[in-house]
Design a protein around this ligand. Structure first.
Ligand code: NDP
Ligand code: 8X3
Length: 264
């Protein structure tokens, strides 16, 4: 039997890209008995995803929830508002995140700096703090999984990405500290760092300019969000004593944040 049977999985940023594919992959892997709490700001998109999952996985209960992780009020009210049958969260996938622009200091818009940190860093930390008490209330010192989506950008900085890179470095640092802090429990703290993945990421970066976003992937074959989703579900599905603590996932043409082989 799958180790994921009966689990309650909470995914942030499930309306697009890696988060959406992760929801679908969990449902495919455990279609008979699973609960998915899918969160993002776009509730309509989450409802469409819930309908898509219902078509092939009748045993998966999906709860779409509108949640802006950058809002301390919304995150603060989140757990208390969960229906009773979804309160026992087993896995938190901290995936919501974004990049804004390619500006360099001193010309980075203050609002973009705030948005990136409030979403990628403060939001991820707030979600973690909201869910950890659920894990810690369990017997044997507590158990549950935290899977943080970092980035190659958190390991290596590049020009035009200073704030995004700093935000993902903060995720990495927080994740490492948390794993150390929780060592006496059975809580698993994991980080998955993708390289280039084609999602809405670059469209968001360029403020909706799809043409500009397309250029990022010209001559290269990026990862698909499904590729990353498979790694997330693999990590969550390991035996309880196995912690996929830290995974860096590149497409074959990529060897570093800015080292890519492009076909011309
Ligand atoms: P997408 O833009 O396709 O998806 C981002 C998701 O985050 C959306 O579902 C969006 O939903 C959600 N989101 C954004 N802001 C908020 C917010 N304030 N509150 C709640 N949800 C929010 O991009 P990806 O799938 O690529 O990104 C997912 C994660 O992967 C991010 O953390 C990103 O940094 C990371 N990553 C991406 C890489 C890439 O190359 N694409 C590489 C490495 C890491 P909504 O707008 O509905 O709120
Ligand atoms: C997204 C990857 O390096 O293009 O996290 O910013 S990068």
């Amino acid at each position: 039997a799958s180790r994921l049977r009966g689990k309650t999985i909470l995914i942030t940023g499930a309306s697009s890209g890696i988060g959406k594919s992760t929801a679908l992959e969990f449902a495919r892997t455990q279609p008979d008995d699973l609960k998915l709490i899918l969160t993002a700001r776009r509730l309509d998109t989450l409802k469409e995803l819930a309908a898509e999952i219902a078509q092939f996985a009748q045993g998966v209960k999906v709860l779409p929830v509108k949640l802006d992780v950058s809002s301390p009020e919304e995150v603060g009210a989140f757990v208390g508002n969960l229906p009773e049958e979804f309160k026992g969260v087993d896995v938190l996938v901290n995936n919501a995140g974004l990049v804004k622009g390619v500006a360099q200091a001193p010309s980075i818009a203050p609002a973009d700096i705030t948005t990136m940190f409030a979403t990628n860093v403060t939001g991820l930390i707030a979600m973690t703090q909201a869910i950890l008490p659920i894990f810690q209330a369990r017997a044997d010192g507590g158990h549950g999984d935290i899977i943080n989506i970092g980035s190659i950008a958190g390991r290596e900085s590049y020009p035009g990405g200073s704030i995004y890179c700093a935000s993902k470095a903060a995720v990495r640092s927080f994740t490492d500290a948390l794993r150390r802090e929780l060592i006496a429990s059975r809580i698993r703290v994991m980080e998955i760092d993708p390289g280039q993945v084609e999602t809405e990421f670059s469209v968001v970066r360029f403020g909706g300019d799809a043409e500009k976003a397309k250029k990022v992937y010209e001559g290269v074959e990026p990862l698909t969000p499904e590729d990353v989703a498979e790694v997330v579900v693999f990590a969550a599905g390991r035996r309880e004593n196995v912690v996929v603590a830290d995974a860096l996932v590149f497409p074959n043409h990529q060897a570093a944040a800015t080292v890519m082989h492009r076909k011309t």
